[in-house]
Design a protein around this ligand. Structure first.
Ligand SMILES: CC(C)(COP(=O)(O)OP(=O)(O)OC[C@H]1O[C@@H](n2cnc3c(N)ncnc32)[C@H](O)[C@@H]1OP(=O)(O)O)[C@@H](O)C(=O)NCCC(=O)NCCS
Length: 210
């Protein structure tokens, strides 16, 4: 059973779907005073079972409490839209205690870095980027806002990835390649050439299917 949050948790996690529960799991290991908010704006944000012992706050606490917020929605568009709807709140980043984040990397507000992910020196993550379990973002990569690097994906050194991009699980982007805004890279793809047009790309080397 989820447990009730303290009256005013200092951090609210918005989204109780699969990704929200991954973020909650990270916080359970790292942070004491926070609560998860399940949305009823969109059923997909609160699918699945909540984890035992997860503090749960009411949706209304988003409006009534001015504290810090993390938007925990895996889908890039939905995360961007909800962040815009929530207005000018301070977005807090959540970094799993077993992630490796170089002190010479810059992590923008509202990012999530999962367990065993690696963020190397010189990396810049813009706003609300997800770097999921075991993903590697090698030195000097730039990653645009609301992008999701899925589990096990690898960005080679100096790669530039645009905003709202999905890099599917296990995909590899070769060093120095550019990927434009709104591209979707399928699971297991290898990006060998720059991706200059939004669309879906799969395979080795990655080719457009849209
Ligand atoms: C690339 C992707 C987005 C395509 O999804 P979709 O638009 O629904 O495409 P479909 O499943 O209809 O597949 C279209 C075609 O592409 C092929 N295809 C789909 N994904 C593929 C992949 N990753 N690698 C190779 N081929 C792929 C399908 O076999 C199908 O081929 P066909 O027309 O010859 O049968 C999806 O398959 C994918 O890889 N998503 C990433 C998932 C992920 O990592 N999420 C992160 C979770 S944390």
């Amino acid at each position: 059973m989820p447990i009730e949050a303290s009256q005013s948790p200092s951090l609210l996690i918005f989204g109780a779907g699969g990704h929200g529960r991954v973020v909650a799991d990270a916080l359970q290991q790292a942070h004491a005073d926070w609560a998860l908010v399940a949305s009823d704006r969109n059923d997909q944000l609160c699918r699945g079972e909540l984890l035992p012992g997860i503090p749960l706050a009411a949706l209304s606490s988003l409006e009534s409490q001015g504290g810090a917020l993390h938007v925990a929605i895996g889908d890039n568009r939905a995360r961007e839209n909800e962040s815009l709807l929530l207005g000018l709140r301070q977005l807090v980043s959540v970094i799993h205690p077993r992630a490796s984040v170089s002190p010479h990397a810059r992590v923008g507000e509202g990012c999530f870095v999962a367990a065993q992910a690696v963020i190397a020196p010189g990396v810049v993550l813009a706003r609300s980027v997800i770097v999921n379990h075991c993903a590697v973002v090698d030195h000097d990569c730039k990653v645009g806002a609301f992008t999701h690097i899925a589990p096990g994906a690898v960005l080679g050194g100096g790669a530039h990835v645009g905003s709202r991009v999905l890099i599917g699980s296990g995909a590899v982007v070769l060093p120095g390649r550019l990927i434009c805004d709104d591209a979707v890279i399928g699971s297991g793809a290898v990006v060998h050439h720059d991706i200059q047009q939004a669309g879906t790309y799969v395979g080795v080397p990655a080719r457009s299917i849209s």
